[in-house]
Design a protein around this ligand. Sequence first.
Ligand code: FES
Length: 180
Amino acid sequence: MNNPYHCPTRREFLKASGVALTTITLGGLFPGRVLAADTEKRVGVRFFDTVEIGSIQDLVLGEPLSFSYGGKAPFNSCFLIKTGRRSGGGIGPDQDVVAFSNLCTHMGMNLTGQYNADHAVVGPCPMHLTTFDLTRHGMVVSGHGTESLPQVVLEAQGDLIVATGIIGLIHGLSDAKEMI
Ligand code: FES
């Protein structure tokens, strides 16, 4: 866990959080889901159902793959990208496969088509020019936005890419209850 690019898996996260002290079961809201409430809130990670997204070997360098995750439309618009450089939370042999929400954290503009492969950023946003660094957990590098782009937590199961959660809150949603 000393690797600054590492993004915790669900298992590592719960283990580190002392889950026995803070665990609650939100049966109706998250069927079958056990959450470490305090720590999830503090770190901003929200774990959802595991969803298969695609195959690592099928990804084309610099070509985003759209998928839906973490809520209802239009808030569930996400993309997967192989950046070609080691990226925070990245999976795969080169730790360069990452995924993010498509919705700008400033005012919710959809960023589809704004990926810049030369710099591994998404943006500038067509509305107010915010640009997000996809190698650094979606950090804002310029523009009006102040919040990082929500990052989808990925795990590799062999060659299979699965989404397990989201770091951050999607623009337009007030809390995690709306992200299901
Ligand atoms: S909506 Fe993207 S910068 Fe304002």
